[in-house]
Ligand binder design. Structure first.
Ligand code: ADP
Ligand code: ZN
Length: 722
């Protein structure tokens, strides 16, 4: 017997199967989709068995060993790997590795232990017990076991040697049961609501529809989650399973507890804040069929559930559903593929759907389902725009915002403040010579962090001590300009007698920090929660009646065609955090661009009007959804070489992709990252038959060139790209 193995190295040169001989003693354990160790040159590598051949070839090398008897890649995952390779032009192995938790990847170096509890049980019938002659300490052990105290570790004051004897005599036996590390016994009771008319209609449309993809467009607080749960309950009732994807950041205990209250322990959870051991355990619960629902972030779309009835992608517009590193897959595309295979349904939910998704409902590719009212019949919060040009120069807070904050503090209600920029100052500059402090590895300005007194690069993590004197003109005139959350926190503390918590990347870097802040804010241990966009999504704090946006313009400045869409989305999301229970909510948005349509329309939260205006602009400039985009990046450390080569590539693309518009090469806002340069070429197309074959040949051509890396991103969503 021989097998074809896909080894762990993700190198385009070896993106193929290698054939090995299977020694006689391993043959009965060979299955497709399990991991094996194989010789590879001088190395010992892990790989997946992809094919089994009944031929015999004694010239081949033998596989060394079988890593696990359980199948890691089942038929559906095997097929999905090919799908991802085809869609993103990645190597096959990298597609499979992206689907798996670290402990199950083909990787020679990672091994995570299963954890077990040792139990002791009777190995004979109870009635046989009184025939036995037992000494005192043996009798004591038997006593405990009969009482149901089987956990050896928990048994105190027993004699280990007596226990050994009892086991040797086959009176007792040991049994190992697997532990699942994630401790999720906590159950909080959440009421199950009778669906209101709108929700019911949505539920029925999705359940009874013949189509496979539904866009649930519901304003914030309209009860989308309640509809998801009702659909899932129905699916489980029919013997099917469900996957729920939420953005990483909204995967809070709050969300999980809400599902647990309804579905108890039929749930597995997958997200990046779990330890590798926890992920491994949750994953195995899924493969063993111990759970019916998987809730998780992007990669949970690969959960090996059988018989999927429904996949739900909440906040479908979120850019994190697209993986930014290779393979650059979209969880939505993968979900569509999986619902096809499983004859299941996909529900995309959002208050502000992506323009692409909403257009697809107009083109009848997705079914549009709407929830227009908040579930508790409360009106949407009242939104005021404040023109910061009319305020005193240099202030961070308008008079109106200060007044409102004081009012809410007096009423003992809570406040959320958003500023989408972390750190203290976003700009460090010398006022006498104009020097700007920049990252030496990347081409962006450093941000000043006061707590550590360091200047930091938000891209590569480079950090340096704060400049006191200008390194160029040596004057004492270095100033911090621009403002980040750290600075606002300091200002708030000066201005208000309030308990303030800051939540951003810097305060949530340790495990559990994120949860802790949310819980303590929910318990009203703080009056004001100040944070970056991570506070905008999904959270439900009943006591919050004021949301303030310190500067709505930060995201408008980003040079990307999606900046308006992103701004509208962010403002709608954060506004939706206000007034979610019986108290009326208000929202104050401070801006220097009160006439910009994305900001103006967020006042009325009129998605449809925003959609129309934004689509007009996209049509005029020919941007998605009116075309598709591909970014081709040419990356390397030799500036001249990269620049010349990217011009050559641009010309080749023009020659070979006749129906496309080719732009560039250009340098983006992050032209230089970690000392490598990148030139970007943009391909815009509507229909281009030669696209995949040609780009594939481009990758092939450069695969052995170690000075130039070609990176291709289909349907890019990334902010830093161009
Ligand atoms: P969304 O996911 O659309 O933001 P949620 O599902 O979180 O909305 O619902 C918002 C609030 O309304 C929650 O507190 C939820 O418990 C409540 N809710 C949802 N459906 C109903 C209903 N049918 N009747 C009463 N309250 C409801
Ligand atoms: Zn840097």
């Amino acid at each position: 017997m021989t097998v074809n193995v896909l080894v762990e190295l993700s190198n385009r040169n070896i993106d193929k199967y290698f054939t090995y001989n299977v020694p006689e003693n391993l043959q009965n354990r060979i299955k497709i989709g399990i991991r094996v160790k194989v010789p590879f040159g001088k190395q010992k590598l892990e790989g997946f068995i992809m094919e089994i051949n009944n031929s015999i070839n004694t010239d081949l090398k033998d596989i060394y060993e079988i890593v696990d008897d359980e199948i890691i890649l089942n038929d559906e995952l095997l097929k999905l790997g090919h799908f991802i390779k085809e869609k993103t032009l990645c190597t096959l192995i990298s597609a499979y590795q992206a689907m798996l938790p670290k402990a199950l990847k083909a990787q020679n170096k990672t091994h995570i232990n299963k954890s077990y509890t040792k139990l002791i049980e009777l190995n004979i019938n109870k009635d046989e017990l009184h025939h036995l002659k037992l000494n005192e300490s043996q009798a004591k052990i038997i006593d405990e076991v009969i009482k149901g105290n089987n956990n050896i570790k928990a048994l105190k004051e027993i004699s280990i040697s007596s226990l050994k004897t009892l086991i040797e005599k086959n009176i007792l036996k040991e049994r190992l049961i697997e532990n699942y590390r994630l401790n999720g016994n906590e159950i909080v009771y959440y009421p199950k609501y009778e669906l209101n008319l709108e929700q019911k209609k949505a539920y029925e449309t999705i359940l009874n529809g013949n189509e496979s993809v539904y866009l649930l467009h519901g304003v914030t607080g309209s009860g989308k989650t309640e509809v998801y749960m009702e659909l899932i309950e129905k699916m489980i009732h029919c013997g099917k399973t469900a996957i729920v994807l939420v953005p990483e950041i909204s995967l809070t205990p709050q969300m999980v507890l809400r599902f647990k209250s309804r579905f108890h322990d039929t749930i597995a959870i997958l997200h990046s804040r779990l330890s590798e051991g926890e992920k491994y355990d949750e994953y195995r619960k899924i493969s063993k069929g111990l759970v019916k629902i998987v809730i998780g972030a992007r990669s949970a779309v690969f959960a090996p559930l059988k018989n999927i009835g429904i996949i739900i992608i909440d906040e479908e517009h979120t850019s994190t559903y697209k993986q930014e590193s290779n393979p650059k897959y979209s969880a939505i595309d993968v979900a569509i593929e999986r619902v096809k295979t499983n004859d299941a349904k996909l529900v995309l939910g959002s208050a502000t759907p992506s323009l692409e998704s909403y257009s697809r409902t107009l083109a009848k590719k997705y079914v549009l389902v709407e929830l227009k009212q908040r579930a508790n019949k409360k009106p949407l919060p009242k939104i005021e725009l404040i023109d910061m040009n009319k305020e005193k120069k240099g202030t961070y807070f308008s008079k109106r915002l200060i007044e409102k904050i004081n009012e809410k503090l007096e009423k003992k209600e809570q406040i959320i403040l958003l500023l989408n920029r972390r750190g203290y100052a976003s700009f460090i500059t010398c006022t006498s010579c104009g020097y700007v402090s920049k990252c030496p590895n990347c081409d962006i300005t450093l941000t000043y962090h006061k707590s550590s007194d360091m200047e930091r690069c938000h891209l590569c993590g480079y950090a340096t001590k704060r400049h006191i004197k200008c390194p160029v003109c040596h004057e004492d005139s270095v100033k911090n300009l621009g403002v980040g959350t750290e600075k606002i926190e300091e200002e708030l503390n000066k201005m208000f007698n309030a308990r303030i918590k800051r939540m951003d990347f810097d305060t949530t870097s340790t495990k559990g920090a994120h949860e802790k802040i949310i819980t303590s804010f929910k318990n009203h241990e703080y009056d004001i929660l100040l944070g970056t966009q991570m506070i905008a999504k999904g959270l439900d704090f009943p006591l919050v009646t004021l949301v303030g946006v310190i500067n709505a313009d930060t995201s408008l400045m980003i040079p990307n065609f999606r900046s308006s869409e992103y701004t509208f989305e962010l403002l709608s999301q954060v506004a939706g955090r206000s007034g979610r229970s019986d108290k009326e909510g208000s929202v104050i948005i401070q801006t220097f661009n009160p006439e910009h349509y994305a900001i103006k329309l967020s006042k009325t939260q009129d998605y449809n009007l925003f959609f129309k205006q934004e689509m007009n602009i996209r049509r005029k400039l020919n941007y998605p959804p009116y075309c598709y985009l591909v970014y081709v990046k040419v990356i390397g450390t030799d500036y001249e070489l990269i620049r010349n080569e990217s011009n050559i590539i641009r010309d080749r693309l023009k020659e070979n992709l006749k129906s496309s518009e080719i732009l560039g090469p250009s340098i983006g806002s992050t032209f230089k990252i970690k000392n490598t340069y990148r030139f970007g070429i943009t391909i815009k197309y509507k229909k281009e038959d030669n696209l995949y074959p040609y780009l594939n040949s481009l990758l092939e051509y450069y695969k052995t060139n170690n000075k130039i890396t070609i990176d291709i991103d289909f349907n890019p969503v990334s902010w830093y790209n161009m």
